[in-house]
Design a binder for this molecule. Structure first.
Ligand code: FE
Length: 216
């Protein structure tokens, strides 16, 4: 026992183990699971083409840079606002944002909101209807491509929105929920009617359990 040297990869021998490439995580449901609110066609393009392209592009951009070993979250924090890293930031943030978004949706949306989250909603918004109204307003009024978010800001919940690839992580806000309002998220199903997409998702697909778990 103990006399056998563990196998070492060449990179370990060199004292530096490069991080594996970033991967496209599996969707937490099948592509038709969110119908009729989000069609299988939308979901297969959105996940299989758009989300995949961000991950693939990131893996093209990183090798040979000093950022190659960082996790997705670390990359976002490290490159936010830096002109020389804008492409890496955009693709890292979009990779992260989409994975987060998939988990914000569920075909089995519960009526009841976990007590820990429910209490915070009451404190910050008064009631769920007000939260949904503010969230919908942020999502609908986001000019052009972007995201609407429910975040934890200190001990308060609040709604915010971000443009393009931006997300709340560099602002030290903790995301609880998001909604993708890029046209690719809804155009096949709702064309230019973004409000219809926003209201349908808020009413039928929100994974409140996931939002509550993000409080911890
Ligand atoms: Fe998207």
């Amino acid at each position: 026992m103990g006399h056998k040297e563990p196998r070492r990869s060449p990179s370990t021998d060199a004292g530096h183990a490069p991080r594996a490439a970033h991967v496209l995580p599996p969707l937490p449901y099948t592509t038709d699971a969110l119908e009729p609110v989000i069609s299988a066609e939308t979901l297969s393009f959105h996940y299989g083409k758009h989300h995949k392209a961000y991950v693939d592009k990131l893996n093209e951009l990183l090798p040979g840079t000093t950022l190659a070993d960082l996790t997705l979250e670390a990359l976002i924090l490290r490159t936010a606002g830096q002109e020389e890293h804008v492409a890496i930031f955009n693709n890292a943030a979009q990779a992260w944002n989409h994975t987060f978004y998939w988990h914000c949706l569920t075909p089995n949306a519960a009526d009841a909101i976990p007590a820990t989250l429910s209490k915070r909603i009451k404190n910050s918004f008064g009631d769920l209807a007000t939260l949904k109204k503010e969230f919908a307003k942020a999502a609908i009024e986001q000019f052009g491509s972007g995201w609407a978010w429910l975040v934890l800001d200190g001990s308060d919940l609040r709604i915010t929105n971000t443009a393009n690839a931006d997300d709340p992580l560099p602002k030290h806000l903790r995301p609880l929920l998001t909604l993708d309002v890029w046209e690719h998220a809804y155009y096949l199903d709702y064309q230019n009617q973004r409000p219809d997409y926003v209201h349908a998702v808020l009413d039928k697909l929100i994974n409140w359990e996931f939002a509550a778990a993000n409080l911890a």
